[in-house]
Design a protein around this ligand. Structure first.
Ligand code: CMC
Length: 391
């Protein structure tokens, strides 16, 4: 078998070839299928970007309309799924519920998709995009004790997200252009990020030829952790804590530098970006714009900016190339849109879904072998068994 190269955390190992997302960590470049993230965030819609990631090209107007219509065909979620939701306590974290519900979808869609059959794959894509956004919002409605809501086929995908979340039986939800545009941008910025932890999880689960829903459910669980997508919730909780503690950002920068203190500056640092995270640049600007347009004055935005400034001037952060990442400012926008903190990582999951699908599809089309890393064994050499009474 030859010598095994150890690379914990796969810091320097490529796991696959991919044509989906290009990332240059030194230069702060991110492109989906060759298109700059800055341009996509400014000019495209989330469904256009989803189509681009999954099928490789930007859709024509007709293809985009068709895609949106085809997603609508599958937005009804099996009624029995409601019994599953009812089994969860109201206090359950929405990410845990989302992972379980995504997994439960396998029971209602038992036939596993053949990725080599274009038509079957297309239907599976539409089905996944349709059902995921509905069950994602149900996790919130359940926690609030609201009746579950259904997709409105006369409205767009992102607009439906807000309706699905916030519409109450007392009256229709009035959608707001500023909110829909902000969400569209946030979803686009989260849509793919090459071989990150959750995407690698989706690929490795799928590499055993497990189905799409099962693989995505695993991706949701991977995303939940605070070092990955869960950072957006952790950032906001950190900013709230600093605010309640008198707003002394320097104190928290000191804490983050202290190696005896497990505290890290959440929303800071990245495995690949070593100069800046291009998504964070766009989100910071968007946070300013959205809060101004909505007339929201949030002290947490000022704290975030101060924290960023103090950290960026600090030798500890400078020498380790630690910059704000995508999760640093996103939560402030979500908060301004009325999204509860526990739902932030679910927002990330909705955005990342097309990336997971695209990567799963590419992995299967490329006929990649099962993912099965090796190890270096450091345990005991052979030991004789000692019967229980003699130990
Ligand atoms: N605060 C304080 N110190 C940090 C931080 C931080 N946020 N991030 C890294 N460091 C230090 C770390 O202690 C280490 O120091 P030393 O060399 O003295 O041991 C050095 O910087 C390198 O860090 P690392 O943990 O070896 O780097 P990594 O590539 O394994 O981890 C990371 C990357 C993103 C997990 C890490 O930077 C981190 O924990 N950040 C905070 C959580 C966060 O914001 N995650 C979101 C990531 S971006 C989007 C996403 O994936 O969801």
């Amino acid at each position: 078998t030859g010598a095994i190269t150890l690379d914990p955390g796969y810091k320097n190992s490529g796991s696959c070839e991919s044509k989906i997302t290009f990332l240059d960590g030194e230069e702060g470049i991110l492109r989906y299928r060759g298109y700059a993230i800055e341009e996509l965030a400014e000019k495209a819609s989330f469904l256009e970007v989803s189509y681009l990631l999954i099928f490789g090209e930007l859709p024509t107007r007709a293809q985009l309309n068709q895609f949106e219509d085809d997603i609508r065909k599958y937005t009804l979620v099996n009624e029995e799924m409601k019994n599953i939701i009812d089994g969860f306590p109201k206090t359950a974290h929405p990410m845990g519920v989302l992972a379980s519900l995504t997994s439960a979808l396998t029971a209602f869609n038992p036939k596993s998709v053949d990725p080599h059959d274009d038509k079957e794959m297309y239907i599976a894509v539409c089905k996944t995009m349709a059902k995921f956004i509905v069950i994602a919002t149900w996790t919130y409605r359940k926690s609030m004790g609201f009746p579950l809501n259904y997709y409105d086929n006369t409205k767009g995908y992102v607009e439906n997200f807000m309706r699905l979340m916030f519409e109450l039986p007392t009256g229709p939800y009035q959608s707001d252009k500023v909110i829909v545009e902000a969400l569209d941008k946030l979803f686009i910025l989260h849509a793919d990020h090459e071989q990150n932890c959750s995407t690698s999880t989706v690929r490795i689960v799928g590499s055993s030829h497990a189905g799409l829903f099962a693989s995505i459910s695993a991706g949701v669980s991977a995303l939940w952790g605070p070092l990955h997508g869960g950072a957006n919730q952790a950032v906001l909780e950190m900013l709230e804590q600093i605010n309640n503690d008198g707003g002394d950002v320097a104190k928290y920068v000191l804490k983050a530098k202290d190696k005896d203190d497990p505290f890290r500056l959440m929303g800071f640092g990245h495995r690949v970006y070593k100069n800046f995270d291009p998504r964070a640049k766009i989100i910071k600007k968007a946070a300013d714009e959205v809060l101004a347009k909505l007339g929201v004055d949030d002290p947490l935005l000022d704290i975030a900016k101060q924290l960023e400034q103090v950290a960026l001037e600090d030798d500890y952060f400078k020498s380790r190339n630690l910059y704000p990442n995508v999760d640093f400012y996103s939560g402030i926008i979500y908060r301004a849109l009325g999204i509860p903190t526990e739902m932030f990582t679910v927002m990330f999951a909705i955005g990342r879904l097309p990336g997971w699908i695209a990567q799963w599809k590419e992995m299967r089309i490329n006929k990649e072998p099962i993912g099965r890393p090796r190890q270096v064994y450091t345990g005991y050499a052979l030991r004789p068994f000692v019967p229980v009474d003699q130990r």
